[in-house]
Design a protein around this ligand. Structure first.
Ligand code: KIV
Ligand code: ZN
Length: 524
């Protein structure tokens, strides 16, 4: 079944993913267009009903991202965020034009604190602004959502009046965010029960939860909202989002699936795509998933203690409440060795969800052969790392040709680097405070830049000392932040690739600088 936000089953929960909007608002999680399109594609495969692709008025980049996602995605509704202002709503509608299904999402605060200090408006003015904005948006889209920002701290009578007015003006989804992550499951659940009972036209809209995780309660609060009548959950992959993040999509989907006996609700999520989606988002943003994170942490299905292992061998259910396969985690040890051909490689990529064009496939195949020469077992994760790196580097003007390192306790550490930059081959030598520093200094000689390194992170893709290293760097230049990734069995080569990838992105950003009159509006 194609996803459709008009879902008739009364127990079907709409999954609204905001990784590309609220998730991207995490400091340091900025993504470029190509990365957003890759994430949108995996969200569609995951079966997400609504993809919030950005906040079109906030920048030219956000506008373009929403517009391109709207062109690319066919099965999910594409949503654009807007403040309760004509210009915002018009920009959102414009960006969403190519979408097969589109939604305009308007937000306006209703809590006494926000109305007084942030909006500096009287409650009656806010009520009128909700009516005006929703009515205006309904002329541009049949599907309009209104969010009562800071809804969980709003005064109940006023919130009821706003919700009723928004539905009357044409909003078909009413979202009550816990913007500051302050509520508790019983309180949030009671709020939905109250609204659904008291608002006379409540049956004409879908109620939605949107929870932040400041007290670690985002998933519990979201589920409590659902138990009490909400039928849309706004969430993000890996719980990415402002401050402590949003409710994690994978936890919501698996909680509803595994505890369907207590929560008899369904989603359209294909849970077997969860692991791939999680890895893609953490790879692109550089936000590593903590090992003990529910569902997608590296240890989520690992059984270390002897007692547990013994129980598992006797009966898996002694210590496992869901299978690794149900979240798309395969312990595959596929040995696509040196002798594997292009067809086997292409089939494996397809199985892992990648379809590359002929040139990209050829490049990836060459790198796979190099890897198989150096590494005994090539796991699925190795191939994913290799292909992600390949796809990410497609636009690169810089080609990595070779790196020799002189390291050890005596120092100074030295790097000899060979790169092709804009068609010219450069060979340089640099020293540094350690081999990574020497490598980055060598790159700087060839590609002069003012970027500051904000983060350097190494992650072993699989187990064993011959595992590929996946390196993430975060670079900042003139207020712009990018993440670069590189993977290789040699950590220093992976580091060089990651740094080059980051610099390439900065160069692309420089080339596509947003018009100066577009400024970013910050929101919750
Ligand atoms: O947290 C929040 O209130 C939001 C709104 C813009 C929906 O993200
Ligand atoms: Zn939010």
């Amino acid at each position: 079944m194609a996803n459709n936000t008009v879902v008739n089953d009364k127990n079907r929960v709409i999954i609204f993913d905001t990784t590309l909007r609220d998730g991207e608002q995490s400091p340091g999680a900025a993504m470029n267009l190509e990365e957003k399109l890759r994430i949108a594609t995996v969200l569609e495969e995951l079966g997400v009903d609504v993809i919030e692709a950005g906040f079109p008025v906030s920048s030219a980049g956000d506008f373009q991202a929403v517009n391109e996602v709207a062109k690319l995605i066919k099965n999910s509704t594409i949503c654009g965020l807007a403040r309760a202002a004509k210009m915002d709503i018009e920009r959102a509608a414009e960006a969403l034009k190519p979408a097969a299904r589109k939604r305009i999402h308007i937000f306006l605060s209703t809590s006494p604190l926000h109305m007084k200090y942030k909006l500096q408006k009287e409650p009656e003015q806010v009520l009128q602004a909700v009516i005006d904005a929703v009515s205006f948006a309904r002329n541009l889209s049949d599907d309009v959502e209104w969010s009562a920002e800071d809804g969980s701290r709003s005064e109940p009578d006023f919130l009821c009046r706003c919700v009723e007015a928004a539905i009357k003006a044409g909003a078909s989804t009413i979202n009550i965010p816990d913007t500051v992550g302050y509520t508790t499951p019983d309180e949030y659940g009671a709020l939905f029960k109250m609204l659904i009972n008291r608002v006379p036209n409540a049956d004409q809209a879908t109620f939605s939860v949107h929870c932040h995780n400041d007290l670690g309660l985002a998933v519990a609060n979201s589920l409590s909202g659902v138990i009490n009548g909400a039928r849309q959950v706004e969430c993000t992959i890996n719980g990415l989002g402002e401050r402590a993040g949003n409710a994690a999509l994978e936890e919501i989907a698996m909680a509803l699936k595994v505890r369907n006996d207590r929560m008899p609700f369904t989603t359209g999520i294909n849970t077997e795509v969860i692991t791939r989606a999680s890895r893609l988002v953490s790879g692109i943003t550089g936000f590593a998933v903590q090992p003990n994170k529910a569902i997608v942490g590296a240890n989520a299905f690992a059984h270390e203690s002897g007692v547990h292992q013994d129980g598992m061998l006797k009966n898996r259910e002694t210590y496992e409440i869901m299978t690794p396969a149900s979240v798309g985690l395969s312990k595959s040890s596929l040995k696509l060795g040196k002798l594997s051909g292009r067809n086997a490689f292409r089939s494996k990529l397809k199985e892992l969800g990648y379809e590359l064009g002929d040139n990209a496939l050829e490049d990836a195949f060459k790198r796979f052969k190099d890897l198989a020469d150096k590494k005994r077992d090539v796991f699925d994760d190795d191939i994913i790392a290799l292909v992600d790196d390949e796809v990410a580097n497609m636009a690169a003007r810089i080609k990595f040709l070779g790196l020799e390192i002189y390291a050890g306790s005596k120092g100074p550490q030295r790097a000899e680097l060979e790169l092709e930059f804009d068609g010219r081959v450069h060979k340089v030598t640099a020293t540094g405070n350690g081999p990574v520093d020497a490598t980055f200094n060598a790159i700087k000689q060839i590609i002069p830049h003012e970027a500051t390194l904000l983060l350097y992170q190494v992650h072993a893709v699989t187990q064993g000392t011959d595992a590929q290293a996946e390196v993430t760097v975060r670079l900042e230049e003139n207020g712009r932040t990018v993440n670069g990734q590189g993977a290789d069995p040699d950590t220093l080569v992976a580091s060089a690739r990651a740094y080059i990838h980051g610099l390439t992105k900065l160069m692309i950003k420089r080339d596509k600088k947003a018009p100066d009159n577009m400024t970013l509006i910050s929101n919750g």
